[in-house]
Structure formats: structure tokens, C-alpha cells
Design a protein around this ligand. Structure first.
Ligand SMILES: [Zn+2]
Length: 321
């Protein structure tokens, strides 16, 4: 196997585990035959970091499972009145111990179970020196609605989203899935160039059709979907992707496709941590592809509605524990 990014052979020494869907958003399928260590780590530090920055906190707030060993996130949240709270997974409160060492402020910030012993020991030690000046357990957000506050949100907690770097990471998930399923890399030149940032044209198009349903979305469903479609009749190869059912896009692989017919869907139910059997209907002709930039243009309202839907699901879980 060769690394699809640099073309170097993947050996025992330079192999690496690539998540098909980024682990930061709950993907748990892994392959060691896609990227060499160097390319994997480069993408991890750049395009995947951007994706994670924009979306990972949504996974955390939904309590989506991630690989063991992943650092437990600390999520800063802001209320409409400007109050800021920090929480962990599933809005779990964090405990804080704040004190000064040589005039410098130190904050111990730990999860409940880990902190119990640490707090006790540190508090005793500091009490002897009479240096404790602040002990706090952060509380769960109150009845007031809290929004995420980080460098990917504005001062009101509204998420800044999208952008070329982010799209490259999304496109990479689609390519990962295509190759993971064993399909031919010969149709992927444009996609690989896009992921590496060396292709000018766009191949990622937001897609929210208003004349048909791509699938039936359950009332409490939050899922990721990647649908691969090789259309022999129209000679098109593409993927349809949904992350959290709001980050929905068509990714164009090849407009001169002469490979086999492909209709393959992967879907992950995020709240129940299991694969879903989804029936995906995509109706796109060659003409649609010529006009994708126009079709894709008016996505914002649908996107916002779907994003709000996930926030409501988080909100309901927040209110109901
Ligand atoms: Zn490589």
C-alpha cells in the first residue's frame, strides 16, 4: 500500500492509524493503509485541527464516544447574560482549586473523580502554609441557555463555520471511506489534490435539496453519514456527507467516471454509539453537477435550521440532565 498523499510506500516503520471519520467528532473506523505517519500527522495538525476546532465541542456536549486516551475536553460556555462556565463531557462540572505560588496564580482544574483526592491533598498542604485563597466547584449551567465560547465562535457563542481548510478535512473523510471500502484510487486524483490544498477549483458543495428527502431523520437522531455513489450512466463519482445532520455536502470525485456502479452507505448513530442502516436517496443528473455551485448557493437557512436542531437536542439534554 502507498500513502495516498505523498505516494511513499507504507511500511511497518512509517504506518499510522488514520480515522476514516475524525475521532474528534466520534469516528471510530480506523485504517493503517491510507496515510504514512508524516502525512497523517501533517493533516492532523492543519486541516483536521480546523475541523476539530469547529465541531469537536458539539461531540463533547452530546457525549459522543471517542477513543480512550483522548484528553477530556474543557468546554467554555457563555450565557446570554455573559456569564462564563467551564464544563466537561456531557456538560459535567469541573472542580477548581486556585492558589498562588511565589505570587503566581495556579489553577488546578480537574474532573470530579480525579480531583477528589488531589483537592484534599493540595488543600491540606496549602492550608498548612495558609496559601489557599480560592476553592470552587464549577456548577452545571443553570436554566439559562449556554453557548460554546472559543476561538471558533463569536462573542455571543455563535459558531463561525466552513472555509477551505475545513472543507479539505471533510473531503478527506469521504476519500478515506472510499478507499477503506476498497475502491479504485485511479478516480481520486482531483480529490487528493484538493485535500492537499493544491487544487484551485472547489469540489465541496453544501447540499440541502428542498424538493426531496435524502433520508428519514429520526426525531432524536444525531448521526454521521457518508454515501458513496459511482454512477455509470452519468459517468460521475461522488460522495454525499452529513456530519451531525447539519454539515451536509456533495463532494465531487470524478466527472469522467468509467468504473463500476457504486451505492454504498455508512452511517453512525452518535447518541447510541452504533452503526445505522440508512436508506439514502440521492437524485443527481449530470446537469445538476454542472450547476452544483448554483444549487449549493442557498444553503444557509437549511443549514442554520439543522444546526439549531442539534443545539436543541443538546439543550434538552442539558435541561433534563
Ligand atoms: Zn505520506
Amino acid at each position: 500500500m502507498d500513502c495516498y498523499s505523498c505516494g511513499n510506500q507504507i511500511t511497518k516503520e512509517n504506518s499510522s492509524r488514520e480515522h476514516i471519520i475524525n475521532n474528534s467528532v466520534g469516528g471510530n473506523l480506523v485504517s493503517s493503509e491510507l496515510l504514512c505517519k508524516k502525512c497523517n500527522s501533517e493533516f492532523g495538525d492543519t486541516i483536521d485541527a480546523e475541523l476539530s476546532g469547529q465541531l469537536a465541542e458539539i461531540s463533547s456536549l452530546l457525549g459522543v464516544n471517542r477513543d480512550r486516551g483522548a484528553a477530556e475536553p474543557r468546554i467554555k460556555m457563555i450565557s446570554s447574560s455573559g456569564e462564563i462556565k467551564e464544563v466537561g463531557l456531557k456538560l459535567k462540572p469541573y472542580y477548581k482549586l486556585r492558589y498562588k505560588v511565589k505570587g503566581k496564580e495556579v489553577v488546578l482544574f480537574e474532573t470530579e473523580s480525579k480531583f477528589a483526592k488531589l483537592l484534599k491533598r493540595k488543600k491540606e498542604e496549602l492550608s498548612r502554609k495558609q496559601e489557599v485563597f480560592f476553592v470552587e466547584s464549577s456548577e452545571l449551567p443553570s436554566k439559562e441557555r449556554f453557548n460554546i465560547l472559543n476561538r471558533f465562535t463569536d462573542e455571543n457563542g455563535n459558531r463561525k463555520f466552513g472555509g477551505r481548510i475545513f472543507f479539505r478535512s471533510i473531503v478527506k473523510m469521504c476519500l478515506n471511506m472510499y478507499l477503506f471500502k476498497g475502491y479504485d484510487i485511479q478516480f481520486c486524483g482531483e480529490v487528493i489534490a484538493f485535500i492537499k490544498g493544491s487544487k484551485e477549483d472547489n469540489i465541496h458543495f453544501y447540499y440541502f435539496p428542498n424538493n426531496y428527502n435524502i433520508h428519514e431523520l429520526g426525531p432524536e437522531e444525531v448521526s454521521h453519514i457518508i454515501h458513496l455513489r459511482g454512477d455509470k450512466q452519468y459517468r460521475i463519482l461522488y460522495a454525499y456527507i452529513e456530519l451531525f445532520n447539519f454539515e451536509n455536502a456533495i463532494v465531487v470525485f470524478n466527472m469522467d467516471y468509467n468504473g463500476p456502479e457504486i451505492k454504498e452507505t455508512y452511517s453512525k448513530d452518535l447518541l447510541n454509539n452504533k452503526e445505522l442502516d440508512k436508506n439514502i436517496t440521492i437524485r443527481l443528473t449530470r446537469q445538476h453537477f454542472e450547476d452544483l455551485h448554483l444549487i449549493s448557493g442557498s444553503f444557509l437557512k437549511s443549514y442554520t435550521n439543522r444546526y439549531q436542531r442539534v443545539l436543541d437536542i443538546i439543550g434538552n439534554r442539558q435541561m433534563n440532565g
